[in-house]
Design a protein around this ligand. Sequence first.
Ligand code: ZN
Length: 80
Amino acid sequence: MPPLLPKKSATKCDICDITLIEREDDNEATIKNRLEIFKKSTESILKYYEDKGILFSIEPKKGKDDYYKIKDLVFRHLKL
Ligand SMILES: [Zn+2]
């Protein structure tokens, strides 16, 4: 997996020049495993709420513009 932001140096921060370290578990295999565990552990919860008809699926794509719509939607359904 390529890094999200290109770096000038693999061992120094581009902004403050601090020495960077890489955790032993900071790798693609560990991240894939974590995502798989997350998926398995949430599937039954999603199904539970889906079966009750109270599952909201939200895919924010516009950043902060979506935040207010999501907040309003949730508050209206929770009657807050
Ligand atoms: Zn820095």
